[in-house]
Design a binder for this molecule. Structure first.
Ligand SMILES: C[S@@+](CC[C@H](N)C(=O)[O-])C[C@H]1O[C@@H](n2cnc3c(N)ncnc32)[C@H](O)[C@@H]1O
Length: 491
């Protein structure tokens, strides 16, 4: 049997997990399984993988059995955080039930399955994610909390002044030197993708004005700050936040993965592209090498039975009717859903409550599908899966995020940059592919949205191919796990 324990940092020190206690009931249950019952209980073929899922809200249950399509050895996936302190008998019977269900015993048959199997990036969790940003206000009214409180550190790092000053200082230096050579364009463009409530834009612009006054070159007069977001509602909030700078700000409803649809007129003209806590929020697949063979992770969303039963009972409907209702919610949004189905929802808050209950309950089943060559896989338009090979073949099995959304966005944004332009991103980033081996990297649930760590080495490869240097530096706030990623045209 292959046993992989990933959360290395949790094995030592003050907060070390008691691995023996957590795993004893698991192995106890495996030891009592009927050995002649096929690959699941052929212990020589079983892989046991233990993670520490640090997100309090996430899409996993503590014990899961993941099949490999085509009959490879299955994976018993454990969340050590979920197992620690759990009743050992419950853990044993959980393992037994997972094996039983895998063999077709049907123990999980009463879950409400919400979609067909598909690569993770196509799961409906992304429709939930988008719904959250489109209807943020309704969600925040219901929880009484702003989305920023869910971000690492409780607020966006975009609002820390020192790095903002540094960035603007560098821009001024570039502009001064271009001006000296009479090569500075009249219009100075800055683009922000995924603006949220506009606090970052406001901080940036206020700081710009203050520094420009001291610098004395009147760059503010020439500045155009373009706020972009795929949520018209979010953009409206952001516009209100920066109203003091209205003459210098325009806003665009725009998918961060397709910036050229509206911004093609800015090709080679943008001096600074800023993107904070957005790449971690874009759809992603995961790829795993298992026994030196690449597999794509497929997922399907479901509502576990007890929660589904409670939600359905609250609405007075059959459990199995929930799947169609969730689809309706995702298509219409909570306000229209309430209007369309007054028999189930007395008002909009009732529909929001349904939305939140579904999101809270929602889990993902996973399975592995063998890939017939990395070259058959597309990371992003025109970016072939072969680019992952150096990251995957670093010795031993590894499961990593492809960050397809981030890769698409990054590749499509670089053409906007002026030859002296910079793209800067603040996010949770894996900067060395080994980090996929030692910690859980998502997905987690932040309030109504999805979060995944971003595959930094892959973005660096993509940048390099397009003639950009990509570098990573830790964000300078103590305790922060945010990385600053910078892409500049290579000298
Ligand atoms: C976590 S918030 C970050 C907001 C802000 N940049 C900050 O750091 O506080 C993510 C933002 O990205 C936007 N967003 C998510 N996916 C997007 C997409 N595909 N295209 C454009 N905006 C997107 C959301 O609407 C939201 O405003």
């Amino acid at each position: 049997m292959l046993v992989e324990i990933r959360p290395a940092a949790r094995l030592r020190g003050k907060n070390a997990v008691d691995i023996t206690a957590a795993l004893a009931p698991v192995f106890g249950a495996l030891g009592t399984e009927n050995a002649d019952d096929g690959p699941v209980t052929d212990l020589s073929r079983l892989r046991v993988v233990a993670d520490w899922v640090q997100y309090r809200n996430n899409f996993r249950t503590p014990i899961e059995l993941r099949p490999v399509v085509g009959g490879g050895s299955p994976e018993l996936a454990l969340d050590l955080r979920g197992l620690s302190g759990a009743d050992p008998d419950a853990v044993s019977s959980g393992v037994g039930a997972a094996l039983h269900a895998h063999r077709g015993g049907g123990a999980s048959a009463r879950h409400v399955i919400l979609e067909e199997w598909a690569p993770s990036r196509s799961s409906l969790i992304w429709a939930f994610n988008s719904l959250y940003w489109q209807h943020l206000q309704l969600w925040e009214e219901a929880t009484g909390q702003g989305y920023e409180s869910a971000l690492p550190g409780g607020q966006s790092d975009a609002r820390h002044l020192e790095p903002v000053r540094e960035t603007i200082g560098r821009l001024f230096a570039i502009w001064d030197s271009l001006a000296e050579r009479r090569a500075l364009p009249e219009e100075l463009y800055v683009v922000e993708l995924g603006v949220g409530n506009g606090n970052q834009a406001s901080t940036w612009l206020d700081t710009f004005v203050e520094m420009d006054r001291a610098h004395g070159r009147e760059y503010y007069r020439r500045l155009h700050y373009l706020m972009c977001d795929y949520s018209p509602h979010v953009l409206e909030m952001a516009r209100a936040t920066v109203r003091g700078h209205a003459e210098h700000v325009s806003s665009f409803v725009l998918d961060a993965m397709r910036p050229l649809t509206s911004l093609a007129f800015l090709k080679f003209k943008v001096f600074f592209v800023y993107i904070s806590n957005v790449y971690d929020n874009l759809p992603t697949d995961e790829i795993a090498t298992i026994g030196q063979r690449e597999h794509l992770v497929e997922a399907r969303a479901y509502l576990p039975e007890p929660e589904a039963e409670a939600i359905a009972a609250g609405l007075g409907i059959e459990q199995q009717a929930l799947a169609a209702l969730v689809q309706k919610l995702l298509r219409l949004g909570p306000a229209l859903l309430a209007e369309a189905m007054p028999q189930h929802f007395a008002d909009v808050p009732a529909a929001v409550q349904f939305w939140r209950a579904c999101w809270q309950a929602l889990k993902l089943q996973e399975r592995y599908v063998p890939l017939h060559g990395l070259d058959t896989y597309e990371i992003a338009p025109g970016i072939n899966g072969e680019l992952l090979r150096p990251l995957l073949s670093t010795g031993g099995d590894v499961r990593m995020h492809v960050s397809n959304g981030a890769a698409t966005s990054f590749a499509e944004t670089l053409p906007l940059l002026h030859p002296y332009g910079t793209l800067q991103c603040h996010d949770i980033v894996v900067t060395d592919s080994h980090q996929f081996r030692n910690s859980f990297r998502g997905p987690g649930k932040y309030d109504g949205s999805v979060v995944n760590w971003v595959n930094g080495p892959l973005l660096a490869h993509i940048g390099a191919r397009k003639g950009f240097d990509v570098s990573f530096a830790p964000f300078r706030r103590s305790g922060s796990n945010i990385t600053t990623m910078t892409a500049d045209v290579r000298d």
